[in-house]
Design a protein around this ligand. Structure first.
Ligand SMILES: Cc1ncc(C[n+]2csc(CCOP(=O)(O)OP(=O)(O)O)c2C)c(N)n1
Ligand SMILES: CC(=O)[C@@H](O)[C@H](O)COP(=O)(O)O
Ligand SMILES: [Mg+2]
Length: 624
């Protein structure tokens, strides 16, 4: 039996589908997404929730002339299906395959590359201003979730949008969830809008607002009122948005396509920014995802019938080691508090949250605020551990300098997902943190070689009287080299092996690789020293002095871009101190790294043991 989906090959093909077939198409899209994501992994629950919303937007808009911006972008799979990318789904998030996020180079219908949260309204507002200055009249729509609305940028953009005198549509996709439970005042406010009947008393005011809108008027409102139960969804004004100078329409059933189209059409007539508040169910149409939306937010491959992951986790992740260590440290230190920016499960703080609810703070998708909030807590005598992924920490650069480090406050930054993270691609690789952290005065920056050292570094960081960042990678925690446990001394590295030809300075995750390279070189009779760098700031100059005295080649290894990384510090020192030694800098090239498996990417970038070995051999040949 032919599927409606088979007729969807280009943007706007959906307009050929009859209205009575919309539900069937939505079901086909859901089946398609579940089957495909079960084989590739990806962001499932958010995508299942926005199938009808995306269909309604595509029916309402003319892409690519109109502009549609997805906040975060993790919910754009149906948009990809409807814009001619259905056949690429078997390559979703695979190396050289289709990205899991909107990408302008993938389609003219993708208006903005995204991956980080709360940017959509700002970007849309910019597009609106450009449109107006160009004298064009295309529609611009930003779609953001209730979680994204907890981010500071969204509030800044709403503040700015309140002055707008032309049309911008902001679709607030409210599924009552961030990755975990959505938190904070805005989440409570949305809950009230969803449920509190006292707002229905304002229906008439809203009707009047609509009537007064240019191009809407009484006739249209009457028509809307007559349209099957549409009006009851239109008439709940929101004080917050209205008081900020935006028009609010909602809440609307985000699984009812015709209601949403009617609302979008009404919204498009206003010469203002209009918020259309739609209610959707995260995970809709797949029972396990409806029941456990957090678990199915981002999944590895899974069995569709049982919903269970295909790969069983055999080894603890670094996140799990962090999680367990936090519980242990909190037991003996009642001043220890934990802060997350909407990632309690991703950063491993769920157990801490349950065990120490009063000492746990989820501040929403607000990394800047999380850091300054930590500064305040430290000032008040507490020891905050702020757990944020490397890529999202980019948001907090000024707060780290201005609020924590200038004040020299004892805040611990637990930086998860540092280095190559893989399938989320260029927006999510944790390859810049050493560059943006290790030049900050007062800030100590460390990276552990294995799971045991992560525990020790966290304990050290918590006991240290100043700001400390500890960065560790996504995935399995390495448990090799466990016999090396030299006590941590500030700014000092750990010598794992003494040799005389090649000296390897390896940082964090690269110590394991360095040990593999050293072993291969030794087998060939090339005597190799291996040093676990431990500190990216301050760097251990004494060890460099020592190594340069007796080795032919010095090699540094790190999972960070070359620019501003540890290796450049080493190179700078070698140059300044006029050392006469061949030097190899193994680091991530200075570019954005696309999606793929972590080991595939390591190989491609020359960060795997074999590539590094070959690089050293080349250098040795030059010395002959
Ligand atoms: C700056 C930033 N911090 C954290 C994240 C991780 N993150 C991705 S999606 C998400 C939840 C978003 O919730 P919402 O906007 O409601 O979308 P939903 O997942 O519910 O569809 C979070 C915290 C991110 N992408 N960007
Ligand atoms: C879209 C987003 O930013 C998160 O969902 C992220 O993809 C989670 O990454 P992890 O799967 O590494 O926790
Ligand atoms: Mg949500």
């Amino acid at each position: 039996m032919p599927r409606l989906l088979d007729g969807i090959n280009n943007a706007n093909d959906i307009k050929k589908i009859k209205a009575q077939d919309y539900d069937k198409l939505a079901r086909e899209i859901r089946d398609f997404l579940i089957q495909n994501v079960s084989q590739t992994g990806g962001h499932l629950a958010s995508n299942l929730g926005v199938v009808e919303l995306t269909m309604a937007l595509h029916l309402f808009l003319n892409l690519p002339q109109d502009k549609l911006i997805w906040d975060v972008g993790h919910q754009a799979y149906t948009h990809k299906v409807l814009t001619g990318r259905k056949n690429l789904f078997s390559t979703l998030r695979q190396m050289d395959g289709m990205s899991g996020f909107p990408k302008r180079e993938e389609s003219v219908c993708d208006s903005f590359d995204t991956g980080h949260s709360s940017t959509a309204i700002s970007a849309a507002l910019g597009l609106v201003k450009a449109r107006d200055l160009n004298g064009e009249n295309n529609k611009v729509v930003a779609v953001l979730g209730d979680g994204a609305l907890t981010g500071g940028m969204a509030f800044e953009a709403i503040n700015n949008a309140g002055r707008l005198k032309t049309n911008l549509i902001i679709v607030l996709n409210d599924n009552n969830m961030s990755i975990s439970e959505n938190v904070g005042g805005m989440a409570n406010y949305l809950a009230k809008l969803r449920t509190n009947s006292k707002y229905t008393g304002f229906k008439e005011n809203m009707e009047n607002t609509l009537i007064q809108m240019p191009g809407v008027g009484k006739a249209l409102v009457d028509k809307l009122k007559r349209s099957k139960d549409a009006i009851k969804y239109f008439m709940l004004p929101s004080m917050f948005f209205e008081d900020m100078g935006l028009t609010y329409i909602g809440p609307i059933d985000g699984h009812n396509i015709s209601q949403m189209i009617t609302a979008f059409e009404a919204a498009s007539r206003a010469k203002k920014a209009v918020v259309v508040h739609v209610l959707t169910r995260k995970g809709k149409g797949y029972k396990p995802a409806e029941k456990y939306p957090s678990r199915y937010h981002s999944v590895e491959t899974f069995d569709v019938v049982s919903g269970s992951p295909l790969k069983k986790e055999k080894v603890d992740s670094y996140t799990k080691v962090f999680s367990d260590t936090m519980l242990r440290l909190a037991q003996s230190n009642d001043k220890l508090v934990a802060i997350t920016a909407a990632m309690p499960s991703g950063t491993g703080l769920t157990h801490f949250m349950k065990q120490y609810p009063d000492r746990f703070f989820d501040v929403g998708i607000a990394e800047e605020h999380a850091v300054t909030f930590a500064a305040g807590m430290a000032m008040g005598g507490y020891k905050p551990v702020v757990a944020i992924y490397s890529t999202f920490m980019q948001r907090s650069y000024d707060q780290i300098i201005h609020d924590v480090c200038i004040n020299n406050l004892p805040v611990v930054f637990a930086i998860d997902r540092a280095g190559i993270t893989g399938r989320d691609g260029k927006t999510h690789q944790g390859i810049f943190d050493l560059s943006f952290l290790s030049h900050i005065p007062n800030l100590t920056v460390m990276a552990p070689k294995n799971r045991y050292e992560l525990e020790e570094m966290l304990a050290y960081a918590v006991s240290y009287d100043g700001p400390v960042a500890v960065r560790y990678p996504k995935g399995d925690a390495y448990d090799g080299l466990s016999e090396y446990r030299a006590p941590i001394v500030h700014g000092k590295s750990e010598v794992l092996k003494q040799g005389s030809d090649i000296a390897i300075l390896a940082l964090g995750s690269m110590v394991k690789t360095g040990a593999e390279v050293a072993e291969t070189l030794e087998k060939e009779g090339i005597s190799t020293s291996l040093v676990n760098v431990r500190f990216a700031s301050p760097i251990d100059i004494e060890i460099i002095d020592e190594l340069t005295k007796k080795h032919k080649i010095l090699v540094s290894m790190e999972e960070n871009v070359r620019n501003g990384g540890y290796g450049q510090k080493v190179a700078d020192y070698l140059c300044e101190s006029k050392k006469n030694i061949r030097y190899i800098n193994i680091s991530v090239p200075d570019e954005y790294i696309e999606h793929g498996g972590v080991s595939e990417l390591h190989k491609k970038l020359g960060l795997d043991a074999e590539s590094i070995y070959n690089r050293i051999r080349e250098e040795l040949n030059l010395l002959k």
